[in-house]
Design a binder for this molecule. Sequence first.
Ligand SMILES: [Zn+2]
Length: 67
Amino acid sequence: MSDINIPVEFTSDEKGYYDRQCPNEKCEYIFKIHMEDWKEKVSDEQVFCPMCGHVNDNIKLDHFRPF
Ligand SMILES: [Zn+2]
């Protein structure tokens, strides 16, 4: 066991990545997105699946299922 104790915020892992799964039933690709990238690049306005490119308007992080 590691003795490193890092506070967990949101649902990110220890490196600050979210695990997300594409909401597209035909894809369901599981990907990671870094929390900083999410804040800086993606915001909550446009999120797309890196595999199938699935995009929804006004999609939010919560629409991508936590894995
Ligand atoms: Zn997808």
